[in-house]
Design a protein around this ligand. Sequence first.
Ligand code: PLZ
Length: 446
Amino acid sequence: MTEFTYRLGQKRNIVTALPGPRSSALDTRRRRAVAAGVGSAVPIYAADADGGVIVDVDGNSLIDLGSGIAVTSVGASNAAVAAAVAEQARHFTHTCFMVSPYEGYVRVAEKLAELTPGCQDKRSVLFNSGAEAVENAVKVARLATGKPAVVAFDHAYHGRTNLTMALTAKTMPYKSHFGPFAPEIYRMPTSYPYRDGLSGTEAAARAISQIEKQIGTDSVAAIIIEPIQGEGGFIVPAPGFLPALAQWASQNNVVFIADEVQTGFARTGSWFASEAEDVVPDIITMAKGIAGGMPLAAITGRADLLDAVHTGGLGGTYGGNPVACAAAIATLDVMHAWDLPARAREIEAVVKPRLSALAEELDAVGEVRGRGGMLAIELVRPGTTDPDPELTKRVVAEAFSRGVILLACGTYGNVIRLLPPLVIGDELLDDGITVLEDVLRTTARV
Ligand code: PLZ
């Protein structure tokens, strides 16, 4: 393992009840000022964070197994990223790339062309959020193909804006009462081996047949899919599913968009999850891990598709903000220097066998799955495959009370996902997983 350097001590240390008095006081202020529609996974307020720990305003150090939803892979205050941000902010925080451009944007686009799968000629555009990247990938696909329809999948998550809500599968909490939604979005069955028992080829044939029958290839501009579905439950499709869809897309003038907002940037043990099956997406959407916590997103894709758009057709005031670009350049350098794809594989090698042993021991653990630093357990009622969201909530709450931040996910709310910062040290990771094991053993048996 690379020797990572940290600013804060990497130890779990709980010194008050959780939440402590300062967090509780802030929560009272929050309820009077912040809209109720915004939720938080844990009720502690952050004061500091580094490596694998979040320190709250009461002085508690918690183990972070969520990375702010797969964002802080290099740590939440990586020294190189913080220095790059400070240096860029000293010179200029903004000019707007659409007004007077700057090198950082170009450098990020060059790096994305190098890092993303495939050696075809590529172009990139930078944005602020994952949803914005997805919206723009769809804009490009529609313009380049001259076709209207977009195919998304069961269990998909692509964002909370109007178009991306339409692409997202789950109604609560993301869509309920927020419609009407963008038109020309069609949902197809995905590959969910634990629940459908199909091979990748069978699942792809099922989806393709429905696309051809219900929409028609002459109407389909794009297929958008997460190579491992994130919010929907860390669903890893059966081998062969993604390559079959990508091949069908390329044969039918359909743009294959891989949404790698959550799976990207070393998270799954390679730079992008598409690489695991040698899939070369026509367009790839990215955000989250790209810039060490600064808001930046991107689309990178085939030059002929991206350059089909008229000048002025793509952009936005803040897209590719210079401070965020500086953070991205530093983040990608750190990822290379510390070989974080290899670290993600190490995390899998350490954690997955322990989770698999739990699955053997406890009937409530239906499946263990995932890749690299993106791992999950799906919890079910013993003896069935019926989802157990109540148990999931209890496990997450109990782990939190012991100082470990875990995030749940899944269409049925019954998946516990592990997304540690990739720079988490072995001891802290071991402590976090030991807590998860203890909590599961005690909670799943009652
Ligand atoms: N595509 C694959 O995972 C964001 C959302 C959390 P934004 N996932 C976390 C929540 O409840 O809002 C995501 C994703 C995939 C797109 C997005 C959207 O990215 O940066 O949140 O817009």
